[in-house]
Design a protein around this ligand. Structure first.
Ligand code: ATP
Ligand code: MG
Length: 541
């Protein structure tokens, strides 16, 4: 599937075959009004990935036509996120780099009788636009002469009019079945400081008008965007054809990536940050690339997911469980193994004295990773849930009189459970079998269960964090996002971990055996193990 041409590539192949274009250029066009999210990873995969496939170029194009919402902080975060995904851009360009040219093209439209200054308010324009079944009404200002339009437009630019007092509209067709072609506004008066051009301009071009011009001036051959722009394509084409662009960039739309249990709109993500529902844009529960990175998800897994999800025109919603499965597959191959006990119960081996180091396979799926040592003694911790006084049928973990293997170590038999005054088991006393050592087991004893453990004499305290999805599941679908939000989505445990983890590289992902995939970090001198993804698909539980 990965290698068959997708529908975008088929169009590009045709354009190359017909000679309409000779090389390929695309652009990735974020608006710097928030952090990038996993949906943008899909757009990057399409924009950068397609250019790469054809030996072409992809620019980073900041769509900054909306001065009031844009910030330099976001520009920097976007650059960092793209690099993290492993992509690099040919040129970094801004819509605002082209403001002079966009303005000149507007004068060209005016002189050609293709645009006019309109005095109707935004409200009036909306009310005269018509509906899907009725045509719009022509503006009373529609037939101003080019000379008058030019004078008024220049006065708009010089600041002679109040915000919203006038605008420039393309003169297309008020009866067009496509509402976007009913004399759309292409310039508005707006006194707002722009993050790059400051107060130079008090008129700003509208996205639909500016975008085809910016694409053309950058040399974009294929302008790839999401399906909500399909209805805007006739306007995109009108601008290109009316201004005589050759070769005219071709817009192709593909389906957005939607994932269950995730909010992807920047507007909502911003709200979560501003209301302190999460710790920030990079909170590990956030679907932002900064959040996914902080979560410990490798960029490689995100790209793999985009590739497997494919590029199509059909709208769909992908199960978050599928994304998690891809991440799990990746970490299973790449993450070293380690042991930590989430809910510790003391296990004492009564017939063991001294201590020793045992061989521990770093990743059984990656023999090149080799082995390391893990230290063993008579006092260990196991998971509280791995011992039962009253086991259910088919219980393969530890019970009185039962045998289990301690991972990479020995087989033990539980002989006695020590209780506190309240009757809770606080310690399990066991016997071990020296001939049962892993890798050299001559004991002949059968033990079905294998338990992970840590050495109580050398282990360290760790804070273990687990996460639920930020949005409740499908049962809540259709409800407003604020009703679906799960604020109680972080759970903290006091765990005991191998000392080895304390010394491990910051930010590294581990498979904590039988527990899950966790990222190691240190906060205020304390070892923190932060969940990346569960070990098994317990998504539907
Ligand atoms: P949001 O609605 O989350 O703010 P946006 O579409 O406004 O997103 P932009 O910064 O304008 O975000 O988008 C940059 C590019 O990323 C656009 O080409 C847009 O179509 C694409 N994009 C945004 N969200 C997704 C998504 N979920 N799947 C695929 N592409 C996306
Ligand atoms: Mg947008």
């Amino acid at each position: 599937m990965a290698d068959a041409a997708n529908f975008i590539e088929q169009i590009i192949d045709e354009d190359l075959a017909s000679g309409r274009v000779t090389s390929i250029q695309t652009r990735f066009p974020p608006e710097p009004n928030g952090y990038l999210h996993i949906g943008h990873a899909k757009a990057m995969f399409v924009d950068f990935g397609t250019a790469k496939k054809y030996g072409g170029k992809c620019n980073l194009f900041f769509d900054d036509t909306n001065p009031s919402k844009e910030k330099t902080e976001y520009v920097e975060a976007i650059r960092a996120d793209i690099r993290w995904m492993g992509y690099d851009w040919a040129k970094e360009v801004y819509a605002s780099d082209f403001f002079d040219r966009i303005y000149e093209y507007a004068e060209q439209l005016i002189l050609g009788g293709k645009a006019y200054v309109c005095d109707l308010s935004a409200e009036e324009i909306k009310n005269t636009r018509g509906t899907l079944t009725e045509p719009g009404q022509e503006s009373p200002y529609r037939n101003r002469t080019p000379e008058e339009n030019l004078r008024l437009f220049r006065e708009m630019k010089e600041g002679k009019y109040r915000d919203g007092e006038k605008c420039l509209r393309a003169k297309i067709d008020m009866a067009s079945p496509n509402i976007n072609l009913r004399d759309p506004v292409i310039y508005r008066i707006l006194r707002a400081e722009h993050h790059r051009t400051g107060n130079k301009w008090c008129i700003y071009p509208m996205y639909d008008y500016a975008h085809p011009i910016c694409d053309y001036l950058q040399g974009v051959t294929h302008s790839l965007c999401t399906l909500e722009f399909e209805d805007h394509r006739p306007l995109y084409d009108w601008v290109g054809i009316t201004l005589g662009f050759s070769p005219k960039p071709r817009q192709i739309e593909f389906a957005r990536l939607n994932l269950t249990n995730l909010v992807m709109s920047k507007r909502y993500l911003k709200k979560l940050v501003e209301e302190h529902s999460v710790r920030g844009w990079d909170d590990p529960r956030m679907p932002t690339l900064a959040g996914l990175r902080n979560r410990g998800i490798p960029a490689r897994a995100i790209l793999d997911f985009c590739e497997r999800a494919g590029v199509s025109k059909a709208q769909s919603e992908c199960e978050i469980g599928y994304f998690e499965a891809v991440v799990r597959d990746d970490l299973n191959l790449h993450a070293p193994r380690a042991m930590a006990v989430v809910s510790p119960l003391k296990l004492t081996i009564v017939n063991y004295t001294g201590s020793e180091t045992l061989d521990f396979e770093i990743n059984q799926l990656d023999p090149a990773a080799g082995t390391r040592k893990v230290d063993f003694s008579s006092t260990l911790f196991i998971e509280r849930d791995d011992f039962s006084l009253d086991p259910p049928p088919k219980y393969h973990r530890l019970r009185l009189g039962g045998y289990v293997r301690l991972k990479n170590a020995y087989i033990v038999r539980a002989d006695e459970a020590v209780k506190d005054e309240a009757g809770n088991v606080v310690e399990v006393r066991c016997t071990y079998f020296p001939e049962s050592r892993s890798g050299n087991d001559t004991s002949g004893i059968k033990a079905k269960g294998v338990l992970h453990w840590v050495n109580a004499e050398t282990c360290v305290d760790a804070e273990l964090r687990r996460y639920d999805h930020l949005l409740r599941d499908a049962d809540y679908a259709g409800q407003d996002f604020s009703e679906r939000i799960n604020l109680d989505s972080e759970h903290i445990f006091r765990a005991k971990a191998e000392k080895y983890l304390e010394a491990a590289e910051e930010g590294k992902a581990f498979q904590l055996m039988r527990t899950g995939y966790y990222k190691k970090c240190t906060e205020e001198g304390k070892l923190v193990l932060s969940e990346i993804v569960s070990l098994k698909d317990n998504f539907n539980k």
